[in-house]
Design a protein around this ligand. Structure first.
Ligand SMILES: Nc1ncnc2c1ncn2[C@@H]1O[C@H](COP(=O)(O)OP(=O)(O)O)[C@@H](O)[C@H]1O
Ligand SMILES: [Mg+2]
Length: 240
């Protein structure tokens, strides 16, 4: 299998790592039949790729063979942002969808043990025809048979319909909402759109929350105390 090297995986603050870890564990409770998970949001920059990437890394690090498929064929920044490279010319998922490559050509192992990837290469102006083709459903189905989890990054719902084409092939969807930035109406609209796909909406991730803002203080306090409880097993000691 060919290999990708990821050079810029950011170090995260403790709070963020812990929140992501809780999210990973909660996904595990969705059941064994939930293997292919699509992540989307209403707008760009809400943190879809960030969430997919970190979740993927965490799943891999606990020994779960996990595949990340970058399905943001129009505007993926994953390779540049995370410094993803290969010693050979990279062949992306769209090459397989267009019939120019086999599955084995587009699945890469990475320098993160148990972390596998189907990257994107150059941007495609209109990937709809590829997402609606039979090769797309075959790609997802065969990956679900091979890996414990398949995480799929997509473009925002407010811009293009790509995520709505991807969702019906998945076992569940996750909606990322940028705290304090995404208008409620847009979030509501995205929930309605995802519901129509009939793929279960597994959860909504409130991302990029400012933990110092007054409105988030309660959450922060609660979060900290529940962390101490879980970590040290003695609530009375740590919550005095
Ligand atoms: N929870 C977070 N903590 C820190 N940085 C974040 C977080 N979520 C997103 N970012 C940063 O915000 C920017 C936009 O996130 P990105 O995942 O690229 O958004 P999207 O894929 O939704 O367009 C990136 O620089 C990313 O690293
Ligand atoms: Mg993105």
């Amino acid at each position: 299998m060919k290999e990708l090297v990821i050079r810029n995986m950011p170090k995260l603050p403790f709070d963020v790592t812990e929140a992501l870890n809780q999210f990973r564990i909660n996904l595990g409770f969705c059941g064994d039949e939930v293997k292919t998970i699509m992540v989307t949001s209403s707008l760009p920059n809400e943190g879809k790729s960030f969430l997919v990437m970190q979740l993927w890394r965490m799943m891999a690090e606990v020994g779960t063979p996990t595949l990340l498929i970058d399905c943001d064929y129009r505007n993926s920044e994953m390779r540049t942002k995370y410094g993803i490279s290969s010693t050979e010319k990279i062949v992306g998922g769209a090459h397989y969808l267009a019939g120019k490559a086999d599955m084995s050509d587009v699945i890469y192992q990475t320098n993160i043990p148990n972390g596998y990837m189907i990257p994107t290469t150059s941007a495609i102006a209109n990937p709809t025809i590829l997402l609606e083709g039979t090769r797309f459903s075959h790609m997802i189905e065969s990956c679900a048979k091979t890996f414990s989890y398949v995480l799929i990054d997509t473009p925002p719902l407010g811009s293009v319909a790509d995520a709505l084409n991807v969702a019906p092939h998945c076992d569940g969807t996750v909606l990322v909402v940028r705290s304090g930035a995404t208008p409620r109406k847009l979030v509501d609209n995205s929930v309605q759109l995802l519901k129509r796909t009939e793929t279960p909406l597994l959860g909504i991730v409130l991302n990029r929350a400012d933990m110092n803002s007054k409105s988030n203080m309660y959450y922060h306090r609660y979060y900290r105390s529940s962390y101490y409880y879980n970590s040290y097993g003695s609530r009375s000691q740590k919550q005095k």
